[in-house]
Design a binder for this molecule. Structure first.
Ligand code: GLU
Length: 289
């Protein structure tokens, strides 16, 4: 059997905080104790929010923590063609459709629906797609795209689930409600998720599912906030014929008010802690790892 492969996959849209340290150290330690490999992946598909100086800062902070990873580091922005090819495959299976509503139009449609009854929200709290583009005639779609209209490419969740059948994943950590063992995926909870946009041929979900497979990742260790995203990742793995890693979701570090740490909260930023004389050993204690 080949060695297990772990990865830490931050987005360079801010500086790392204590929560990232927990995730990175856990991955590193688990890889070490399993005699496995530890990879770093830079998830920089969001050109509006990601910045090169944050990539440099990620390398510096992780090195300071005493972590070592394999080279070259995979940067998602350098692999857009691979994501485009996967989208083309899903399109050929007739599992995606373009939707043309702006964010404001979607907000309006949701408000309209909510005036009658509660409109469902995804696990992150965003309303499910309320539009009707799924049923749009092919020539109308093509005319809009040819006319340069912006669009989001969505997965037709009902069709995709029918195609893939029921799915589960193996969880060695814990979900927000103590879920563990063989967990039933629930992709319907996300509605017709966005897999790409006119200007970016991928999304968080699509690139994670593809990269984990291309990099041979066998163990995904990440925060519990991504627990239910695994449903979409499992579905994409099934549709694209990719292997399923084992998942291990870990507890989140919360701030004094019980909220998830954010990259803009300086009190828990690794750079600030370091400037205040905190050592990597202290970080392990603070993160409880
Ligand atoms: N890039 C994601 C983040 O920074 C993590 C992706 C993952 O671990 O699956 O939240």
């Amino acid at each position: 059997m080949s060695a297990p492969v772990f990865r830490f996959a931050p987005s360079p849209n801010g500086h790392l905080h204590l929560g990232h340290a927990l995730s990175a150290i856990l991955n590193f330690d688990m890889a070490r104790s399993a005699g496995g490999r530890f990879l770093l992946r830079i998830e920089d598909i969001d050109a509006t929010r990601c910045r090169p100086e944050y990539v440099t800062a990620i390398y510096e902070d992780l090195t300071w923590l005493g972590l070592e990873w394999e080279h070259p580091v995979r940067r998602q922005s350098e692999h857009l063609d691979e994501y485009r090819a996967a989208l083309a495959k899903l399109d050929a299976q007739r599992l995606t459709f373009p939707s043309f509503e702006s964010r404001a139009e979607i907000a309006h449609l949701v408000a309209d629906r909510e005036s009658h009854a509660r409109w469902p929200r995804d696990p992150d709290g965003a309303p499910l797609y309320p539009g009707t583009a799924r049923g749009m005639a092919a020539d109308e779609r093509e005319a809009r795209i040819a006319g340069g209209r912006p669009y989001a490419l969505r997965l037709d969740i009902d069709k995709a689930m029918e195609w893939a059948g029921p799915l589960t994943w193996s969880e060695t950590g814990e979900g927000p409600r103590g879920e563990r063992g063989e967990v039933a995926a629930d992709p319907a909870a996300w509605g017709d998720v966005i897999l790409g946009r006119k200007e970016t041929p991928t999304s968080y979900h699509l690139s994670v599912a593809i990269d984990d497979a291309l990099q041979g990742v066998t163990h995904v260790v990440r925060g519990q906030d991504l627990f239910w995203s695994t449903s979409v990742h499992r579905l994409l793995q099934a549709l694209l014929d990719l292997p399923a890693p084992v998942y291990h979701h870990h507890r989140l570090i919360l701030d004094a008010g019980g909220r998830k740490l954010s990259k803009s909260d300086h009190a828990t930023g690794l750079r600030e802690l370091r400037a205040n004389g905190i050592t990597p050993a202290n970080i392990r204690e603070l993160a409880g790892v």
